[in-house]
Design a protein around this ligand. Sequence first.
Ligand SMILES: Cc1ncc(COP(=O)(O)O)c(C=O)c1O
Length: 477
Amino acid sequence: MTVIRAPQDFNEDDLYIDLRATLGHPLFLKCEGFNFAGSVKLKAAVEMVEAAERTGALRPGSILVESSSGNLGVALSVIAASKGYRFLCVTDSRCNLSTRRLMEALGSQVQIIVEPTPDGGLLGARLDYVRALCASNDRYVWLNQYTNPQAWKAHHRTTAPAIARQFPQLDVLFVGAGTTGTLMGCARWFRAWHRPVRVVAVDSVGSVTFGGAPSRRMIPGLGTSVRPPLLDDTYVDEVIHVEEPDTVRACHRLARAGFLFGGSTGTVISGAAGWLDHHDAHQLTAVAIAPDLGVPRHAVPEQLADGPVRRRRAAARCGDRRDAGGLTMTITVERPPVIGPASIEQALSELLAEVVRVDRVPPEAFFDDLGADSLLMARFCARVRKRPDLPTVSMKDVYRHPTVAGLAAALVAALPAPVPQAPSLPARWRPSPVRVGPGPRRPRRSRPWPPCSPRSRSSTRCHPTRTSSTTSAPTRW
Ligand SMILES: Cc1ncc(COP(=O)(O)O)c(C=O)c1O
């Protein structure tokens, strides 16, 4: 039985999958995803936090801040919650929604950066934000996973010796390279071991970590667009670059055997299988490291994820400055309802920002790129419907016009033309004044149609002429 008091006290360090039957190669996969943070980053996070506590950089009342698009953010959220620190994770619009929800459910604040800097991209903008935050208030403590030596020391202390204990005859080790913390910790440790071990780094094509040409990469996890400061490639014996389709093939192969892993593990397995193909591998003892399971294991109920965020927004809307969720928010003032076409784009941007939970949505950004799946877009349409001053938006509209700018333009184009002023009528044709009190009963002839407003356009009670194709009114909203 294992009994723990803090989430970071548990980490399964001795779980390996024998992939011989799946891959046809003798390869053992070390699974690092079995802990409360779901990834190998728990080790780096614990090491960095504890070192900062020892030096006094981190103390009660400090606010941890870190730039992360995934696993480290979750790991720090777990530790911050457990130790009673506040944590602000600075990420960007590529961070997937489940990860964001997971961090928020753990009580962290997530700041999404949507505007890249011209030279440093989104990562550069994230780092600028963190630096500015730390400069503004010394309560903020940035552990900086990209440069912090504790990130590799964690693996030097735990991961490498754990592998050596289980595989005293180890010949070759395959490690994926992100910040290169895992790689450097293991490579340094095995360089000093009594037995020579070939350490093979696995990276994705398009990553610049080992000096390759940068190109577009779609699969998150491994790879960088800036050489990682932790890397010292004199410790690395070989580097393999894997194409993304090969990563996907490896993931499918594992999944067909019932082992569902994500892109990082698929990349490492694909690289390892290729290497073993080209070497006389039958007698070799080979291990690869799977940094996580690839998919968040916790489905966070929406109420749990939204709770703190809604409260913070409500606090921010109150118009006064207050500590929202522990972190002081920039106050936004509720705007009066938008009415004119010019404001539609702005109103849609704001509603979408609320739904995808970012500060601002650039009108040209694609809904997809903001992580807006169909569930979120349905919520966005529902929010638009609740605004009486906006035209109704359907999912079809969203699919046809997948940016705020496009959607707003389509809605504006479909707005009814202003009704021309009626010429003044001779007195005898003017409607009679409203009668007050009972008068002589007249036979009721027909029910008057209500005026057609954008909100009632789909209603069958709308006056037929206002929905005909001869008017500028849209037939569908
Ligand atoms: C999914 C994933 N891929 C790759 C890595 C690479 O690890 P590192 O940043 O230590 O190089 C990690 C680390 O946690 C990870 O979680």
